[in-house]
Design a protein around this ligand. Sequence first.
Ligand code: CA
Length: 223
Amino acid sequence: MVEDEQDIADILILHLEDMGTEVTHAADGINGLTLALQSHWDLIVLDLTLPKIDGMDICRQVSITNPTTPIMLITARSSEMERVAGLECGADDYITKPFSVTEVMARVKAIFRRMDISNHSLHSDAVNVKDISINPATHAASIGGKPINLTAREFELLLHFARAPGQVFKRTDLLEKVWGYGHEGYLHTVNSHINRLRAKIEPDPAKPTYIQTVWGVGYKLAV
Ligand code: CA
C-alpha cells in the first residue's frame, strides 16, 4: 500500500489484515515506487496524490515492469478525466475518496477472486481465434504472430471474448465474469478497458474489426 495519509493507511491496513492479508506500507512516492518494483505483489493499493513521485507515475512504471500485478488506485480526484487517466495508466480498479471501507474490501476480494480464477486458467489450453493466439499458461497473447503486451485485466478480457467467439456479452456480464463483481456503477470501467484493449489489438481502433460494439447490448469478438 502506497498512501501518505496515515489515518487512511491505518484503517485500510487494519481491515486488510483482518482479511488475512499481509500489508507492506510506503508513505511516499519514492519508497512506494522502490517497493513496487522490488518484488511481485499480489495487489498494489496506490494513492494518486503522493509526495515526491505521483501515483500515476508509479502506476505507469509498474504496468510496464510488472504488467500482471493488479493495481487499485485510491484518489481524491473524482473527475471523469482523472478517472479515465487512472485506468489508462494501467490500473485495474479505481476508488474515490471519501470511500466506504466495506466497498474497498469488496473490491480487494474481487481482485483476489479474479486472480484465483486466472491462476486456475494457468493450467488451461491456449485459445486460437482468427489470427489471435492466447496462451494462459505463459500469459502471452499475439495477433498474426506479433506479440501484444496486455495488462492482467486486458488479457483476461481478451481471453473471455476468445473463449466464446461471436457471443455478445453485456457489460454487466463482463464486470461479473472478468472483474468479479456486478456493480452497475462501474460499467464505465468496462468501456475504458475495451478502449485500451482496442488500442492495442485493432489496426484502426476507431473501426474495430476484433472487439465490436453491439449497440444497446454489449460487445463481441467478431468472427
Ligand atoms: Ca495522498
